[in-house]
Structures are given as C-alpha cells and as structure tokens.
Design a protein around this ligand. Structure first.
Ligand code: PEP
Length: 254
C-alpha cells in the first residue's frame, strides 16, 4: 500500500495582493478545516509568503515559493535566495516550472543548480517536468521528461531525496483548458517512478510523490486522483477561486 499523502498545491503565479492572499488563506482553512489524509500547499507570490505563513494554523497546510536563485547571496538584482525562503518559513520551492523554462529561458542546467541548492538548504523542491505539444506529437514525451529528470537529479544520492516532489506538467495542458487524460498522465507518472527507481532505489521511488499539473479543474480532479501513480496536483488557474480550489482539495477517492 502506498504511504504517499496526496499533495494538492495552489500555484498562484503572479496573482493576488497580500490582502487577497491573506483572505484566501483564512477562508480555505475555515471552510476545509484541518487535514490529515492530504496536504494543501499554498504558493503565493514572494510578496505574500510571510503573511500567508503567519496565518497557517490548521494542520496539513504548507507553504511553497515559486522560484529561487541557487546562490546564497550576492549582486543578483531581483532574485530571492534559499536562506531568504527559509527565513519566511517555506516548506517547499517550485523549480523548473514551464513558465520559468519557456517564458524566462531557464535551462536544464539552471534548474539542476536550483534543485541542488534547495536540497543543500533543506527546502524540498517541487521539480516540474513536461513536454511541449510538438514534442508529444513527435513521440518524444518520454525522452524529454527523462532528459529533464536526469539533468535535475544528477549528482543526488538517496539521502538527498527527503520530501522531493516531482510535478509532471505537460506544457500543452498548462493554462489551456486542455487536460491530459488520466491515462496519459498515469503513463508518464509510472515512467517517472521507474526513472526514480533507476536513479535512487525502489523504496525511494515508491515514496516520492509525483503530482500532475495542467488544467486541473473540479470536474476532472477525481478521475486524475484515481490513477495509482498520481499522488497529487499542482493547480494554477483553478486555485485562484476559493470554490474551485476547495472542491479540488476535497477530491473524492473513486
Ligand atoms: C501550473 O501553473 O502549474 C498549472 C498547472 O496551471 P493551470 O492549472 O492553470 O493549467
């Protein structure tokens, strides 16, 4: 039996002022209450991290940043370091999101440096991987995901894994309303788990949470979460509205 606790993350991207983030954080805890069989992770913009942390009182709610730099400090205008994320109480950091890779030009090498630094600073990464539409259509999904994983995990050993989370987010499904079918997602998740077994070992592969992201909505959440290798969700658009995110958090086990 899997011990993997479902990981349901709200990636708010560049949305929500501090006031809006605070109101949402209070409301979701009030409406959903403490959680024992799943975790809710809120990833607000940097400006709202401290305020959201200060309001997380109910059990099962955790905080993530959306990015970081790999250096501890220095002349890097506009960047935020891992010690700064630790200072505001981040539990996770999202790395390699497709918008970072494809809008801001982050390379596999940049993502690998960030992953290694996050692990050094004991803030577990939520490592995002996923293929573009043309890569899927060319039958290169497995190769792309494997390349991204191999690069990001290179040099890590079993003792580095900790609470590492891997997010499979097909680029063609992010913010498009076009979701991978549960079967398509399951196929890639199973291959990611196999890859983890090869890079680390089978126990670790069975422990690592692999979450799906890409147009998750209230009407597809239950079918996605019914797949054996889908251990949670990374939700963008539908996490901005309380009613839709609450329904996603309260997914029903089919
Ligand atoms: C995301 O930003 O990680 C994401 C999956 O967005 P959306 O749910 O809007 O597709």
């Amino acid at each position: 039996m899997s011990e993997r606790k479902p990981f349901i993350a709200a990636n708010w991207k560049m949305f929500k002022t501090v006031g809006e983030a605070v109101a949402f954080t209070e409301a979701i805890q009030k409406e959903v209450g403490p959680l024992v069989d799943r975790e809710v992770i809120l990833a607000p913009p940097f400006t709202a991290l401290a305020a959201v942390r200060g309001l997380m009182r109910a059990e099962g709610y955790r905080l993530a940043a959306q990015n970081c730099h790999w250096e501890e400090k220095g002349a890097f205008t506009g960047e935020v370091s891992l010690p700064m994320l630790r200072d505001v109480g981040c539990d996770f950091v999202i790395l390699g999101h497709s918008e970072r890779r494809h809008v801001f030009g982050e390379t596999d090498g940049d993502v690998a440096r960030k992953v290694a630094a996050a692990i050094r600073h004991r803030i577990p990464p939520v490592l995002c991987v996923g293929e573009k539409l043309e890569e899927r259509e060319d039958g290169r999904t497995a190769a792309v995901v494997e390349r991204q994983l191999s690069s990001a995990l290179a040099g890590l050993g079993p003792s580095d894994v900790g609470e590492l989370v891997i997010a499979y987010e097909p680029v063609w499904a992010i913010g498009t309303g076009r979701t991978a079918s549960p079967e398509q997602a399951q196929e890639v998740h199973a291959s990611i788990r196999e890859r983890c077994a090869a890079v680390f070992d089978k126990d670790i592969a069975n422990r690592v949470r692999i979450v799906y992201g890409g147009s998750v909505k209230p009407d597809n959440v239950d079918a996605l979460m019914a797949q054996p290798d889908i251990d949670g969700l990374l939700v963008g658009g539908a996490s901005l509205e309380l009613a839709s995110f609450r329904r996603i958090v309260q997914f029903v086990k089919l």
